[in-house]
Design a protein around this ligand. Structure first.
Ligand code: HMG
Ligand code: MG
Length: 309
């Protein structure tokens, strides 16, 4: 019997902000993470150690990690693309005073695509090369006591190649598990999934990776995000990635919008009797606050309705 607790991984500060066209200040990044922590999010992706030439918005993740509040029951994973990114993070962790009780983070996320052209566009190498590059990164991270989460991107369609065979997703997911990832987050990067294609993909992957190790990461381009999240929950998945106010998109997936909004996911899950530990009021206020700061419309329907009611 699967539990009724669903763990939300808030990806707005990373997947959301990485795609903002104008620079976001350090203060705003930090305040966003602090507000989300205060709302009870159990995991908040705090940023990434990628090349600032590729994703300028994520420069400054070290400063974010050192200056933000760390809520004791919240995890703060950061994205790492290669050994250089891991080394920067490990240097930062090593520089912490010895008497600090909580590390700045104890988790990284690595990312691989199920499509060759997306892999090339996003990280400038093939899928096989990226797996070869990430195996020693994962080993080194685990040796240092970090947990490693693995993303698979383009699990439904690729922006350049079109539909992706779910068995290709399964093969990549299995390799990430063999590498040592404790969880595999399945990314519908383009947001074209429907409950049918989402279910078919989850069924294929779960023939190789236990469903308890899977997470759902859906962009909401076609408005199917919540429907696909409920499909994942019905399939037994209990970890859902989402982004407050539906922030974001992917810089290397032209036209894709942000992740499904955290407010909409929480509203739907609480509505079907699941628990998340998240305070809806504080979450909704955070979504309105960041939308206002970024001068963008709040993409959460539930958040907007909550404030109007
Ligand atoms: P490259 O150009 O092939 O690599 O990029 P390189 O090794 O030649 O490095 C180029 C320059 O970047 C060099 O600087 C390196 O030092 C520097 P230069 O010598 O020219 O001055 N560099 C770095 N700097 C800081 N941190 C690093 C780092 N690595 C190299 N870690 C690379 C290859 C992977 C680095 C690049 O393609 C990259 O950073 N890509 C990241 C792209 C990205 O962040 N995409 C968004 C995240 S993935 C996503 O959103 C999908 C997800 O949400 C799931 C879903 O929705 O599907 C997770
Ligand atoms: Mg994403």
């Amino acid at each position: 019997q699967a539990s009724d607790f669903v763990r939300i991984v808030e990806v707005g500060p990373r997947d959301g902000l990485q795609n903002e066209p104008s620079p976001v200040s350090l203060e705003t990044k930090i305040e966003l993470i602090n507000k989300l922590g205060d709302a009870g999010l159990p995991a908040i992706e705090a940023g990434s150690f990628v090349s600032p030439k590729w994703v300028p918005q994520m420069a400054g993740t070290s400063e974010v990690l050192t200056q933000m509040k760390h809520f004791p029951n919240t995890k703060y994973p950061v994205l790492v693309p290669n050994m250089k990114g891991l080394s920067s993070l490990l240097d930062l962790l090593a520089a912490q005073p010895a008497n600090t009780s909580e590390p700045l983070t104890d988790e990284i996320a690595i990312f691989v695509a199920a499509s060759e052209s997306f892999s090339r566009a996003n990280i400038n190498c093939s899928i096989a090369e990226s797996l070869d590059r990430l195996a020693p990164v994962t080993r080194a991270a685990i040796d240092k006591g970090l947990r490693v989460r693995g993303y698979v991107s383009t699990v439904i369609t690729c922006p350049f190649e079109g539909p992706i065979d779910p068995h290709r997703v399964k093969d990549v997911a299995r390799k990430l598990v063999e590498m040592g990832c404790y969880e595999i987050s399945l990314g519908d990067t383009v947001g074209t999934g429907t409950p049918k294609t989402t279910r078919d993909m989850i069924d294929a992957v779960s023939s190789a990776v236990d469903v308890s190790m899977l997470a759902a990461h859906y962009h909401d381009t076609y408005g199917m995000g919540v429907a696909n999240v409920l499909t994942a929950v019905a399939a037994g998945i209990r970890t859902i990635d989402s982004s407050v106010a539906g922030l974001g998109g992917c810089p290397y997936s032209p036209g894709a919008t942000g992740n499904v909004a955290t407010e909409d996911v929480v509203h739907a899950l609480h509505g079907i009797g699941m628990t998340t530990g998240i305070e809806m009021g504080k979450l909704v206020e955070t979504g309105a606050w960041i939308s206002n700061i970024l001068s963008r419309p709040n993409a959460s329907r539930a958040g907007t309705a909550w404030l109007a009611s």
